[in-house]
Design a protein around this ligand. Structure first.
Ligand code: F6R
Length: 347
């Protein structure tokens, strides 16, 4: 595994818990947000791994929150909007373009980055900036991209925070010990799930408002780490369309469903999730059910994300794929001039 994982993704996963704790601390150096006018809308701008940071904000926000994955100006931006611009590299065209257009409005801002043009812009304009440590693949810096801004917004009461972070970190540390590379497959649920997924296309199913962000994270981590197709969908919406697609025998024999559940699901959604698992099993589709572990909503979200990260890396390694390089994304960024920013998204 160490030979295949040449750039050390497993080592970064080992640090997930300590990175979460460091992310909460790094928010201490950010000045409190100006709250003279109330914030009644949060827009988190970001793409790919950075947008997942915005998903964590959306999950725990107390105001309507949108994760904006586009270079266009977010709609209805006003003096009551808090725009959180998240880009690990600081050079992602869409994020910079949305922010630059929003800078012409009365919105308030928080920037999250390890450097690049976004950090420069924040310093030039005097915008609050959460500085994320450099040296990570963007998607692997999720603890900083999500919990850094969460802690800043938590100080202004804009998002809910756990009563005790220590308990959350303890649960994550336990997972680090249970799911690590040195734990054999018979005792390691992440390796077992990766083996069950090998050779099939995962369809990761989450529940709206609870496990939907984890379903998206599992999908994108499998795409980027294992470099293979994976899809995600959300209960209850899928009951109104996608369940019919599973009738088709020819495609469903290549699929494996992963159903992510949480104690935070409503009773009605829990019954819907059970219905989906039953239906797929009747159709002889392999179904893996995963219950988010933990004693608080924050712990359940983070531990479900962490498990998915391990699964995606073991899936990569079981397919003899190095999880870290994302050559296709690098080539796309060079070809579309991301660093030089030749194509801002202004109509
Ligand atoms: C790479 C990754 C990508 C990037 C995305 C946006 O590890 O996860 O999805 O996150 O290309 O780049 P940043 O995060 O630098 O704004």
């Amino acid at each position: 595994m160490a030979t295949l994982d040449a750039e050390g993704m497993l080592g970064i996963l080992d640090r997930f818990g300590s990175d979460c704790a460091a992310a909460i601390r790094c928010a201490d150096s950010v000045a409190p947000l100006p709250m003279s006018t109330p914030v009644d809308q949060i827009v988190a701008c970001g793409m790919g791994g950075s947008a997942m940071g915005g998903e964590i904000l959306r999950r725990f926000s107390r105001s309507p929150t949108e994760v904006h994955r586009s270079g266009r100006l977010p709609s209805q931006t006003s003096d009551r909007t808090l725009l959180v611009a998240i880009s690990y590299s600081g050079n992602t065209t869409e994020t910079l373009s949305a922010l630059e257009q929003a800078l012409e409005t009365q919105a308030r801002f928080l920037c999250v980055s390890s450097g690049g043009r976004l950090a420069e812009l924040a310093r030039e304009r005097g915008l609050p900036l959460v500085v994320v440590p450099s040296g990570y693949p963007p998607r692997a810096a999720l603890p900083y991209l999500g919990l850094g801004p969460l802690a800043v917004l938590g100080r202004s009461g804009l998002v809910s925070m756990p009563e005790r972070w220590e308990e959350v970190f303890q649960g994550i540390a336990e997972d680090g010990r249970r799911l690590g590379a040195d734990v054999p497959t018979k005792d390691n649920s992440a390796k077992q799930i990766a083996i069950a997924l090998n050779g099939r296309v995962p369809v990761v199913i989450g529940v709206a408002g609870t496990t939907d962000l984890a379903a998206l994270r599992w999908k994108t981590q499998i795409n980027e780490n294992a470099k293979q197709p994976a899809f995600c969908s959300v209960i209850p919406e899928l009951l109104h369309n996608e369940i019919l697609a599973w009738d088709e025998e020819r495609s469903r024999r290549h699929l494996c469903a992963v159903v992510l559940r949480s104690q935070d699901d409503t009773e009605a959604d829990a019954s819907r999730a059970a219905y989906v698992s039953r239906l797929l099993r009747e159709k002889r589709v392999p179904v893996i059910e995963v219950d988010a572990p933990g004693t608080s909503p924050h712990e359940r979200v983070l531990r479900l994300l962490y498990l998915g990260d391990f699964v995606s890396v073991y899936l990569a390694l079981s397919r003899r794929v190095d999880p870290t390089p994302v050559l296709g994304i690098d080539a796309m960024k060079r070809s579309l001039g991301y660093v030089g920013r030749e194509t801002p998204d202004v109509p």
